[in-house]
Design a protein around this ligand. Sequence first.
Ligand code: FE
Length: 204
Amino acid sequence: MSGSHHHRRPQTPQELRTAALETVLIERGLVSTDAIDAVVDRFENEIGPRNGARMVARAWVDPAYRERLLADGAAAAAEFGYGGMEGEQIRCVENTPEMHNVVVCTLCSCYPWPILGIPPVWYKSPPYRSRVVREPRAVLAEFGLELPDGTELRVWDSSADLRYIVLPMRPEGTDGMSEDELAGLVTRDCMIGVAVPRAGAVAA
Ligand code: FE
């Protein structure tokens, strides 16, 4: 099966333009690498994952949307106006008391950009990519997530052609919360599957 899994690809013209622009801005003293890092951090942790969080919250309050999300993640994202590069095909996998889902890209860093932003550094790191497949329970424990022994763990390997989002379980004690408040509980890590939402915690 060579050639069907398009992970390692040459840099796109957009990537080359971005790199060139960054170099010029830094060389002319117009921005600092720290400033760029701060912007990247915002897209990793704050702006990007808020899109996915809104989809999760909608799925929690609207059973028909949940069905559509599970049937076709990219179409469900498009209902919110989210879509485009690195998000053409998205599959949503649902956590249940019996099954917990975790997402990885074992070969590189495929990730659903339009709904989760850009991937965090650890997602792209060789240790996460190899270990989460071999010993997912140990890796989740390092993220602070201990699952009941009876919960099965499923690891999904992303590719350039198919990316994943985890639909976490709605936490206990959230019955009175609005959709916006619910979205505030859904962190990026919950949608990768290395964390679960907690009623007391609020996402960035
Ligand atoms: Fe990949």
